[in-house]
Design a protein around this ligand. Structure first.
Ligand code: 13P
Length: 272
């Protein structure tokens, strides 16, 4: 079953599926070099077509220079990004990393508003909005994370909280921008209990509708919306069969080369 690129609708752009690995706080720069080499070999040996399914890794900050050097030297087609950035450009912000620094390392993407940052670092919708604007200002594509907790789900139903978080994240945006949205239900992250493909589709469709009303039909049609939360090679195909799910943000399973390659190669097991 051919599922790429996602069909263009209403004259909008087709969406290239995107498999993104969020390493979280795992793998130092030496481990990152070994991992990225193995991943690149694994995908090359499998004949992976990066134009058909984009693959990216999101290492810790201290790994990024090593990953950049390796990707550039070996002309790897793998993309990479950071897991966070500062809302500020430069100055007295101890411990923070500017989007300008990430741009200087050719980072294509940056994850913003992951639930672990919202939960453990007090990131509010306002902070997420400021960081999203900063990423765009520096030419880095934000991967904006939204998702409800189990309590939110019980109290507000499936889409209300993710849609409100999306509205908050895009508060400073008034014109079309290159964005990726990741729907990650908090209850599904690291729990082994993924959402069902139908649940993911329902929320991703609601997020796309919201994008349409905020930024217009063209942005809604062109923006990739990922699902994240206990994605594995055994369940990825079900998510990618959904019309509004354009890829996955993978945590634990992105730390295993064979497993992550297999997720990126989901088209080979769609329908099995
Ligand atoms: P898991 O794939 O480990 O559930 O993590 C998902 C996630 O948080 C990716 O950002």
């Amino acid at each position: 079953m051919a599922v790429t690129p996602r069909p263009a609708q209403d004259g909008g752009a087709a969406r290239t599926p995107f498999i993104a690995g969020n390493w979280k706080m795992n793998l130092d720069h030496l481990q990152a070099i070994a991992f990225v080499q193995k991943l690149a070999w694994s995908l090359r040996d499998a004949g992976h077509d990066f134009a058909a399914v984009e693959v990216a890794v999101f290492p810790p900050f201290t790994d990024l220079r090593s990953v950049q050097t390796l990707v550039a030297a070996d002309k790897l087609e793998l993309a990479y990004g950071a897991q966070d950035l500062s809302a500020h450009d430069s100055g007295a912000y101890t411990g923070e990393i500017s989007g300008a620094f990430l741009a200087a390392l050719d980072a294509r993407y940056v994850i913003i508003g992951h639930s672990e940052r919202r939960q453990y670092h007090g990131e509010t919708d306002e902070v997420v909005a400021a960081k999203t604007a900063a990423a765009i200002k520096h030419g880095i594509v934000p991967v904006v994370c939204v998702g409800e907790t189990a309590e939110d789900l019980e109290q507000h139903g499936p889409s209300a909280v993710p849609v409100a978080q999306l509205r908050g994240a895009l508060a400073h945006l008034s014109s079309p921008a290159d964005l990726v949205i990741a729907y990650e239900p908090v209850w599904a992250i690291g729990s082994g209990q993924a959402a069902t493909p139908e649940q993911a589709q329902q929320v991703c469709a609601a997020l796309r509708a919201e994008l349409g009303s905020l930024l217009g039909a063209d942005v809604a049609a062109a923006t990739r919306i990922l699902y994240g939360g206990s994605v594995k090679s055994g369940n990825i195909a079900g998510f990618l069969r959904q019309p509004d799910v354009d890829g996955a943000l993978v945590g634990g399973a992105s730390l295993d080369v064979a497993e992550f390659s297999s997720i990126a190669r989901y088209q080979k097991h769609v329908g099995v």
